[in-house]
Design a protein around this ligand. Structure first.
Ligand code: FAD
Length: 347
């Protein structure tokens, strides 16, 4: 994939999503890229069911409802989303007039743009690996996974799920329906997930539909080309037992990593990107930083701050695409183009 686009947005959190709206109002198209398997950033990944009370004009909305509303709001506009991939490389492209950027992901998708919006929050979220196993990623897609992307992969398999939080409990309950065998492995017999999920899981243990292995930790993965077995160590007795296994799913939560952003030679203040608050441009022309990732005097890590920041940044992006032109300004209440797209008024 090699594509030219008006704005490349790194990060599909709330601020990245709202960028599509502001860009769309000015007729600009966007590509959104996120390392996660879903849009919504922290809202979707860390606290989907928590209520947010400080979105202007919205007295109460859960974080996932907020993400869903943003998706609804950007429906009329021209954008594409690329998930499950991290932007690794950001490099300047030779051009005659205004400088351009090449953005490359670890899935080798490549985009050329005059405007890069870094809406990367606290960095890309990455699954925590099992701490005592060397190179578990050698088995990635060959019996080791850190998220469940397709339920079918696990049908009629001997599955071991590791973890003690909501994801581990939820996937245990779901995958037990079609697994050959399923074992939930945790280092202690206490879980951090929702009580009703834990109760459901313990019911499955009682009815012999799954095995609960506590207090156990993983000792070794077996298999040359793909996973064929796993050794588990009892935390109390230190005894090690070996089991046949097809699929090992590690659900130990997520780390936030700034990762590649630190290598893009943009001015930073600690782990945040410094910006000019007139247009939220960074130390490099055509690279903007909006939302939690940026820093300036008085910065607050709130969703509404990010919305303001990206609105101003999009104005500057428009000028870079249409040099010398006045940025069209209009209230959405009188934007007939948008209202036609929304079907509020006839074409
Ligand atoms: C528990 C909790 C409660 C909160 N409550 C509120 C509240 O009530 N009100 C409020 O306003 N705010 C609240 N916040 C803060 C709010 O969630 C953040 O301000 C907001 O999510 C920032 O949005 P963002 O789009 O800047 O970044 P994020 O939501 O962090 O999204 C950034 C995205 O960028 C992706 N990314 C990063 N680097 C890369 C890369 N190199 N390649 C690809 N993708 C990348 C990440 O995977 C992530 O999905 C809360 C936060 C938490 C944790």
């Amino acid at each position: 994939m090699n594509k030219e686009v008006d704005i490349v947005v790194i990060g599909a959190g709330p601020v990245g999503l709202f960028t599509v709206f502001e860009a769309g109002l000015l007729g600009l198209n966007c590509v959104l890229i996120d390392n996660l398997d879903k849009v919504g950033g922290q809202c979707a990944e860390l606290y989907p069911e928590k209520p947010i009370y400080d979105i202007p004009g919205v007295p109460f909305q859960t974080a996932q409802e907020h993400v869903d509303a943003l998706l609804e709001q950007i429906k009329p506009f021209d954008y594409e989303v690329f998930l499950n991939q991290r932007v690794e490389t950001l490099e300047e492209v030779e051009s005659e007039n205004i400088n351009q950027w090449r953005v490359i992901t670890n899935e080798n998708n490549e985009f050329i743009t005059k405007n890069v919006f870094i809406a990367a929050g606290a960095g890309s979220f990455e699954a925590r690996r099992p701490p005592n196993i060397d190179s578990p990623d050698d088995y990635l897609g060959k019996g080791v996974s850190y998220a469940v992307r397709s339920i079918d992969t696990y049908k009629d398999k001997n599955i071991f799920i590791f973890g003690g939080g909501d994801s581990a409990l939820d996937w245990t309950i779901e995958l037990a329906k079609n697994a050959k065998t399923l074992s939930l492995v945790h280092r202690r017999d206490a879980f951090r997930g929702a009580l009703h999920s834990e109760e459901q899981m313990r019911e499955l243990v009682k009815s012999d539909e799954i095995s609960l292995m506590t207090p156990y930790i993983i000792e070794e993965i077996h298999g040359s080309d793909k996973v064929t077995g796993v050794s588990l160590k009892n935390f109390d007795t230190k005894e090690i037992e070996k089991f046949d296994a097809d699929e090992l799913i590690f659900l130990f939560g997520l780390n936030k990593k700034l990762g590649p952003i630190l290598e893009w030679e943009i001015d930073l203040d600690g782990k945040k990107i410094t910006v000019n608050t007139e247009n939220f441009q960074t130390s490099k022309e055509g690279i903007f930083a909006v939302g939690d990732i940026n820093h300036y005097p008085g910065k607050l890590d709130l969703i509404l701050s990010g919305f303001h920041e990206t609105t101003l940044a999009v104005q500057k992006a428009y000028q870079r695409i249409h040099p010398g032109e006045r940025v069209p300004f209009g209230y959405t209440t009188s934007n007939t183009k948008l209202q036609k797209k929304l079907g509020v008024i006839d074409d």
